[in-house]
Design a protein around this ligand. Structure first.
Ligand code: C5P
Length: 224
């Protein structure tokens, strides 16, 4: 489709997920959570007993992924169904994130997910959340945003999220996990995490969610 796309890329914990769902709600646009697709391939692999170094089997899973994203009427919540089973929360664990980042380093798996991601473009527009939205999947997007924040701040945010949920957590472990995932995502050969040449970079370390949202909406209006 020939509808506008706003790409939002950046490392985990940069606030992408929150900003993207607020943007989608504010503009009334559709949302692609591309990280969820990599997490879903990982979960499907577990379900089917496929190991993470079996590239051929992972490509088959990615190409045939049986998934539905169901958006509630209020557009605030997305329910994810994998092979008929609700997995909305299941794919959010640290294990699924780590599996996703291993799988995401395989070029043929990324290739298998490319058209599925592009098919999310629909009227009136798309907010695309990921690592390579601006560089690979939607290189023609009129507005590309790169969100970043210090690893310490991202670890703090994650720590507070878990504590608020009543889940015990260690800040040191979370920081170490974030650094491992950053290194893997930024240093891989295919579609590494980096800002597109024409992206606007926002460092959110010292910014509130409201301030980041306002800055992106401001850019969107300038481009519109
Ligand atoms: O954003 P999220 O934490 O859900 O992504 C999980 C993993 O999927 C990331 O660490 C990254 O390795 C991978 N990913 C990717 N390309 C995307 C989205 C996610 O490689 N567009």
């Amino acid at each position: 489709g020939n509808f506008p796309v706003i790409t939002v890329d950046g490392p985990s914990g940069s606030g992408k997920g929150t900003i993207c769902s607020l943007l989608a709600r504010e503009l009334g646009w559709n949302l692609l959570d591309s990280g969820a697709l990599y997490r879903l391939v990982g979960l499907a692999a577990r379900h089917h007993g496929v190991v993470l170094d079996d590239e051929d089997a992972l490509v088959v899973l990615a190409a045939h992924l049986d998934v539905q994203f169901e958006t509630s009427a209020t557009q605030n919540e997305v329910t994810i169904i994998l092979e008929g089973e609700e997995v909305t929360q299941t794919i959010r664990t640290e294990e699924c994130g780590a599996d996703a980042s291993v799988i995401a380093a395989i070029g043929s798996v990324r290739e298998a997910l490319l058209e599925r991601q592009r098919a999310f473009v629909s009227e009136p527009g798309l907010i695309a959340d990921g690592r390579d939205m601006g560089t690979v999947v939607f290189p023609q997007a009129p507005l590309k945003v790169y969100l970043t924040a210090s690893a310490e701040e991202r670890a703090n945010r994650r720590y507070n999220q878990l504590i608020n949920k009543g889940v015990g957590a260690s800040l040191q472990t979370i920081l170490a996990d974030i650094q491992v995932r950053d290194a893997r995502d930024m240093n891989r050969a295919v579609a590494p995490l980096k800002p597109a040449d024409d992206a606007i970079t926002l460092d959110t370390t010292q910014l509130s969610i409201e301030a980041v949202l306002a800055a992106v909406l401001d850019q969107a209006r300038h481009k519109g």
